[in-house]
Design a protein around this ligand. Structure first.
Ligand code: NZQ
Ligand code: ZN
Length: 383
């Protein structure tokens, strides 16, 4: 296993009815800005729970952060915070609200020009307003990591910085009961692919990371379809919620090579064509598995055996089977598994490849050897 430093400082407050815990988690004298999205929290009772918990705090709100949060919207919050002097941000919503809030938190004290530079130059910020969050959509892991993805027009870019890692995250699975089946599926697939990006590379004898990753994959394969079939089942939601957090909280990525090609291609598909994040991943991952089957052979065989119990046949046959059952799983989750499924054709490939080049995605993959032209070949396999 490779050397690593691991530190995750987010306090997790997990379980039904835990939103009230924010009262103690936020400093009593803080001036709090609650950020949220398009209004789902006002329909499912989450906003009311947050408001009740903040009864003794000074607070105001900023709504309207859209899915795939947009720079222009976020900069309005930045202007307001600079004017009114908020000193704690409470993000209430899914990954987009959390990511948008991370950008706001980093942009407020930013003094080196336009805060878009943070994304355009992949800068690491040293300062940010403190953030807490109430997560309502298990998917991204944003609730306890230092990453955020923000869009400006068709440019969908990310940054990673320790100061934006949330101080605490409330994970109440009951908040997820109001999700549409589409968002439930997107979330399960996102968590699945986060795990795969850190697992399906090449072996480095990282036994715990591998087995932990396999446990997360198995849980998602087991519980994902149940969340669609029995949407009222809170125990299923609880398992999915904790799995999604663990899939991208830095733990399984310790000391192992990582890929992230699927995500980089996926971000371009969302940037240009507005596809939901999770749906870009179910389209691209199987094609990456096929394109990189030689480089990933060891881990593909391990995945086949340990996650799907595939032990019969030649190595080639077992890899084919592993890719096929992965696609089956995505189909069970009712997400697209090809560009065609998502209504896209070959013209989409040119746009995505061009943007990958413009965004300097020249050395992707666990070996740093995947170029935008490789992505063209991958996307052709995804047609
Ligand atoms: O805006 P509201 O009204 O809240 O509605 C949202 C939104 O329309 C709705 N929703 C959320 N919780 C709900 C709910 N509806 C009913 N009941 C609830 N409990 O769901 C819709 C989608 O929300 P969004 O936050 O966009 O989804 P998700 O959590 O999947 O986040 C996706 C974003 O996160 C980024 C993606 O690229 C994308 O921009 N990612 C962030 C990562 C990170 N920070 O580490 C890693 C990921 O790979 C990903 O890239
Ligand atoms: Zn993702």
């Amino acid at each position: 296993m490779n050397n690593f430093i691991y530190q995750n400082t987010t306090r997790i407050i997990f379980g039904e009815g835990q939103i009230k815990g924010i009262a103690d988690a936020i400093p009593a004298n803080a001036k709090v800005l609650v950020t949220y999205g398009g209004g789902s929290i006002k329909k499912n009772g989450v906003y009311d729970q947050v408001a009740a918990a903040l009864a003794a705090h000074t607070w105001s709100e900023f709504g309207g952060i859209e899915p795939n949060p947009q720079y222009d919207t976020l900069m309005k919050a930045v202007a307001r915070i600079r004017e009114e002097g908020f000193d704690f941000l409470l993000a209430v919503g899914g990954g987009s609200v959390l990511d948008g809030t991370k950008f706001i938190a980093a942009a407020v004290p930013y003094t080196k020009g336009d805060p878009w530079n943070i994304l355009a130059n992949f800068e690491s910020v040293s300062q940010a307003l403190p953030i807490g969050c109430v997560l309502t959509l298990p998917a991204t892991g944003s609730e306890s990591n230092g990453g955020a993805v923000v869009s400006r027009g068709s440019d969908k870019l990310f940054f990673v910085s320790e100061p934006v890692r949330p101080k605490f995250a409330v994970l109440d699975p009951a908040t997820t009961l109001s999700l549409s089946p589409r968002q439930v599926a997107n979330g399960v697939v996102d968590a699945f692919v986060h795990t795969m990006e850190q697992y399906l590379t090449y072996p480095v004898n990282a036994k715990v990371q591998d087995r932990f990753a396999e446990g997360l994959l198995l849980t998602l394969i087991e519980e994902g379809p149940k969340a669609l079939a029995t949407p009222e089942n809170l125990a299923v939601r609880a398992n999915i919620m904790w799995t999604a957090t663990l899939a991208l909280n830095d733990l399984i990525g310790c000391g192992v090579p990582q890929d992230w090609t699927t995500h980089m291609i996926g971000h371009e598909l969302t940037g240009h064509f507005g596809l939901d994040h999770g749906r870009t991943l179910s389209i691209v991952l199987p094609a990456v598995m096929r394109y990189r089957r030689t480089q990933k052979e060891g881990k593909l065989l391990q995945y086949a055996e340990r996650v799907f119990g595939i032990t019969e046949g030649t190595a080639e046959e077992r890899i084919d089977k592993a890719i096929a059952v992965t696609i089956d799983f995505f189909r069970t989750m009712q997400v697209p598994v090809s560009l065609t499924d998502a209504g896209l054709d070959a013209a989409a490939i040119d746009k995505a490849v061009q943007s990958l080049a413009e965004h300097n995605r020249t050395g992707m993959g666990e070996r740093g050897d995947i170029t935008p032209e490789d992505c063209r070949a991958i996307l052709k396999l995804a047609l």
